[in-house]
Ligand binder design. Structure first.
Ligand SMILES: [Zn+2]
Length: 71
């Protein structure tokens, strides 16, 4: 049995301008939209992903890390 700490910090890489920004993920919810601080484009999850962190972040969102169904 192993316990895994949930990672709440994720580095989002903007697909438009490659700008990287560290964000803190909400524990029990998914973030569907994310506005890039640099180019102001609105990021949306890729097909099959539940949130912007799963698509563009370095770490999958907390529900996925806990093997929970995502919102
Ligand atoms: Zn950008």
């Amino acid at each position: 049995m192993s316990t895994r700490a949930i990672v709440l910090k994720s580095i989002i890489t903007c697909p438009f301008c490659q700008f990287q920004q560290t964000e803190t993920m909400p524990l029990d919810s998914c973030q569907y939209f994310y506005e890039c601080e640099k180019c102001r484009e609105t990021l949306k999850p890729l097909k099959g992903d539940c949130c912007v962190f799963c698509s563009y972040g370095t770490v999958a969102c907390p529900p996925i890390q806990q093997n929970k169904p995502c919102c």
